[in-house]
Design a protein around this ligand. Structure first.
Ligand SMILES: O=C(O)C1=C[C@@H](OP(=O)(O)O)[C@@H](O)[C@H](O)C1
Ligand SMILES: C=C(OP(=O)(O)O)C(=O)O
Length: 430
């Protein structure tokens, strides 16, 4: 599997001949796999991760943990084994372009006995990191960071993090909070973390963090808004079963929406820690029908899409594909509340504004989102900016607009290396 950022791979998006109706099986959630790996690495015994995501972000996370002394056996595709060991430096961690690695591993590196260097893809150096670095410093960790406050950085681990109280402005990314909370049970005094600043995005990802911490045996109090208290204590090894990735499934559901077909995601759990309610509401507002039956999540498209006005802050990583649907709707849409996605894999607001306009849509850019006026779309070279979800957006538009060529489909390896083949197979089901 390619872990290096793959070479640019131009790709003509396949068009659909008619409604796409099929069932898809997709790999595990990136976010759950990342959390399971970190919690397993910090546990007091071995863990098993069933149905993990095998993609660049999680492969690099495994490699980073191995460099720190954790035995991560990924040889069996759907059953990884993690055997924690004393965390050690010196070590080097390649974060790729993964927010989860650059925000989840520095707190853990503070617990290592020696220096741990972090760097990643060129654009990773532009992603915000300062708030978590400053919070870690306040908790007793010595860190040398670039003048920007971010990568490249070195965490000078001493084997012990004092912990205690810290304040963070997590308006730029919920991952600042998640990263600190995940390692906090192992801090000598635990952690009392308070957010100060504009609202924290991606609330469902914070709930996933506190849920998984508790499942590993941690005591977490999140009853006071914007404050999290994690008691010091052991984390236990366990078996984690990873849910299929809902954000990764979105382009496949979108295929049903734009072609008037039906796409079913197999293996969907009865109770999920991903934002399935929020996604259902959005797709329903756009004109789709979402149903859940035992073990399945199904989206049915009506063939026409309605424009929407929506605050996407809770599901911000879904913005590119929702924007693609908006560009194909029968009326204008306004997608707001996602200023922080300018710090995602690329500045997603600027990238979407440029590429959707190139394809013929009317687009107005706001600091925190986009207004999209659908117009007849046409063939174009759609730049993907090393961003998997820009590639997904282009592929969705390409189903109904002939001649959409992605400048690079290789970037989909971040979360789904098999995307090009799965997508071609999907289009062939029309
Ligand atoms: O914790 C996580 O696993 C994630 C949190 C979110 O980050 P932001 O809060 O930075 O958007 C999300 O967009 C990202 O894809 C994954
Ligand atoms: C924002 C995303 O990723 P990351 O975990 O790298 O922040 C994403 O996957 O859309």
């Amino acid at each position: 599997m390619a872990v290096m950022a793959a070479e640019s791979r131009p790709w003509p998006a396949p068009t659909a001949a008619g409604p796409i109706s099929t069932t898809v099986r997709l790999p595990g959630s990136k976010s759950m796999t990342a959390r399971a790996l970190v919690l397993a690495a910090l546990a007091d015994g071995p863990s098993v991760i069933e149905a993990p995501l095998q993609a660049r972000d999680t492969t690099l996370m495994s490699a980073g943990l191995r460099a720190l002394g954790v035995a991560v056996d990924t040889s069996a595709d759907d059953r990884w084994r993690v055997e924690p060991g004393p965390l050690r430096g010196p070590a080097t961690v390649d974060v790729g372009l993964a927010g989860t690695i650059m925000r989840f591993l520095p707190p853990l590196a503070g617990l290592a006995d020696g220096p741990v260097e972090f760097d990643g893809d060129p654009h990773a150096r532009n992603r915000p990191l300062r708030p978590i670095v400053e919070a870690l410093r306040a908790l007793g960790v010595r860190i040398e960071a670039a003048p920007s406050g971010g990568l490249p950085l070195t965490v000078h681990g001493t084997g012990l993090v004092a912990g205690g109280e810290a304040v963070v402005d997590a308006s730029g990314s919920s991952q600042f909070v998640s990263g600190l909370l995940l390692s906090a049970p192992r801090f000598a005094k635990g952690l009392t973390l308070r957010h100060e600043g504009p609202p924290v995005p991606s609330a469902p990802h914070l709930r996933m963090t506190t849920h998984m911490l508790r499942a590993a045996g941690a005591t977490v109090d999140d009853s006071v808004p914007e404050t999290w208290v994690v008691e010091p204590g052991a984390l236990h090894g366990r078996t984690w079963t990873i849910e299929p990735d809902l954000s990764g499934a979105l382009p496949f559901f979108a295929a049903a929406m734009v072609t008037g077909g039906t796409v079913t995601l197999a293996g969907w759990p009865a109770q999920s820690w991903q934002p399935v309610e929020q996604l259902s509401r959005l797709l329903t507002a756009l004109g789709g029908e979402v149903t859940r039956t035992a073990g399945e999540l199904t989206v049915r498209g009506a063939g026409t899409l309605r424009g929407i006005t929506a605050d996407l802050s809770e599901v911000s990583e879904m913005t590119p594909v929702i924007a693609a649907l908006a560009a194909l709707a029968d009326g204008p849409s306004e997608l707001r509340g996602v200023e922080h996605i300018r710090g995602h894999e690329t500045d997603r607001i600027a990238a979407l504004a440029t590429e959707l306009a190139k394809a013929g849509a009317g687009v107005t850019e706001f600091p925190d989102g986009l207004r999209i006026e659908p117009r007849p779309l046409h063939a174009t070279s759609f730049a993907t900016y090393a961003d998997h979800r820009m590639a997904h957006a282009a592929a969705v538009i390409g189903l109904t607009v002939p001649g959409i060529e992605l400048t690079d489909v290789g970037c989909t390896s971040k979360t789904l290396p098999e995307f090009p083949e799965l997508w071609a197979g999907l289009a062939a089901r029309s």
